[in-house]
Design a protein around this ligand. Structure first.
Ligand code: NAP
Length: 346
């Protein structure tokens, strides 16, 4: 028997439109292999929220947004309500799951934080691509999810589809992480690589935006905040500490000039924007900033559209993982993975 997962999509940008594409591509496999079907009963973009208990057609919805449509034009539009307000009032039978992929807002967390709190409070599971709710309220969200038997998953928030959080939480049981370093932001990694080859900063950044990889506000990428958000989520998820953003020393790539990259290259090195969690006798030191690396190092070999992580621990040796992701389809797939993991067992 197929279980129908009534799903709200908060944000209909690059990530959630790719999620809709996956529903088109994978409907048959989801049904036969996992016994699941997703029905999109609620959608939100910057114009507002619309509800359709019978389910929006995934293909039509994606095409509608790709052609510049706005949610306020859809049947079922609910005037002047935030996603949080709609999720609070929606009949519970119309929503089992929220996929949150609205822009990162590090000041208030909104609209993602409110939508996540509203859903979890009613026992509705949440899958996040948006890092802000976790960065601002990691513990509160987990406590609320546990209190209401709701699922909360967010493997897409760190390195797209690279399962860094899954590995850290599931596969490093009992480990003391001695050092973790990574390239967590492919926009800045791509910009640095292109600048090394002589392309302008602005030109490279606009390609990352065109491909849907850059943040809605790309200063989060190039000023290091996106990388720092991911380090905070990792630390809270599996380093056994609970830092906030203010506990991370953050520097971006905006000060790096082509000459510095050329000098590094001539010396057999490369400059990468690295996140680092280094264990010291006083605890973990958390930093984000540009680092000169010898070309032979693993992270130096993560090319423009790649992200990577190396994890050194006391009992699992040294692990090295990387991913190539040039469009956000794999990120959307990570949300699908989280959703299936949450509902297959329920
Ligand atoms: N792109 C990636 O590769 C990637 C990877 C991992 C995680 N993420 C995270 O996923 C999230 C979405 O990224 P994206 O690339 O899809 O961004 P995006 O293309 O800029 O899309 C953002 C979506 O959110 C909607 N939105 C804006 N304000 C809203 C509000 N107040 N209420 C409801 N919806 C609102 C936008 O509406 P309009 O359509 O009206 O503009 C748009 O549909 C971000 O938090 C990002 O950090 C992205």
């Amino acid at each position: 028997m197929t279980k129908i997962i009534r799903t709200a999509l908060i944000g209909l940008g690059n990530v959630n439109r790719n999620f809709l594409k996956l529903l088109e591509m994978k409907a048959e496999r989801l049904r036969t292999q996992y016994g699941l079907a997703f029905s999109v009963t609620c959608v939100a973009d910057s114009s507002g929220v619309a509800v359709n208990p019978a389910g929006f057609d995934a293909l039509q919805l994606r095409q509608f947004k790709e052609q510049g449509g706005r949610v306020q034009q859809l049947p079922g539009f609910v005037p002047e309500r935030t996603p949080a307000a709609v999720l609070t009032d929606l009949p519970r039978a119309d929503c089992d799951l929220v996929l949150e992929a609205s822009p990162v807002n590090l000041q208030t967390g909104e609209p993602g934080l409110g939508a996540t709190l509203a859903a979890l409070a009613r026992g509705i599971s949440v899958v996040l691509a948006n890092k802000a709710p976790l960065v601002l309220a990691f513990r509160e969200l987990h406590e609320l999810a546990a209190a209401n038997q709701a699922g909360l998953a967010f493997s897409a928030t760190v390195c797209g589809a690279l399962p860094v959080l899954n590995i850290g939480r599931r596969d490093l049981i009992g480990a003391e992480i001695l050092a973790l370093r990574g390239i967590f932001n492919s926009t800045s990694n791509f910009v640095l690589e292109e600048m090394t080859q002589g392309r302008s900063y602005a030109d490279a950044l606009s390609e990352a935006q065109r491909r849907g990889i850059a943040e809605t506000d790309p200063s989060l990428d190039v000023e290091g905040w996106d990388t720092a958000n991911k380090l905070v989520i990792i630390a809270n998820s599996f380093l056994g500490i609970h830092p906030q953003l203010a506990d991370v020393t953050v520097q971006g790539i905006t000060q790096i000039r082509g000459e510095a990259l050329a000098t590094a290259l001539a010396a057999g090195n490369t400059i990468k924007l690295l996140a680092s969690a280094q264990k010291t006798p006083a605890g973990y030191q958390l930093t984000v900033g540009p680092v000169v690396l010898p070309k032979t190092e693993f992270l130096a070999q993560c090319s423009g559209w790649e992200m990577g992580v190396e994890i050194h621990s006391d009992i699992y040796g040294k692990m090295y993982y990387k991913i190539w992701e040039r469009e956000p389809l794999p990120t959307a797939a990570a949300m699908l993975r989280d959703a299936v993991n949450l509902f297959e067992a329920r």
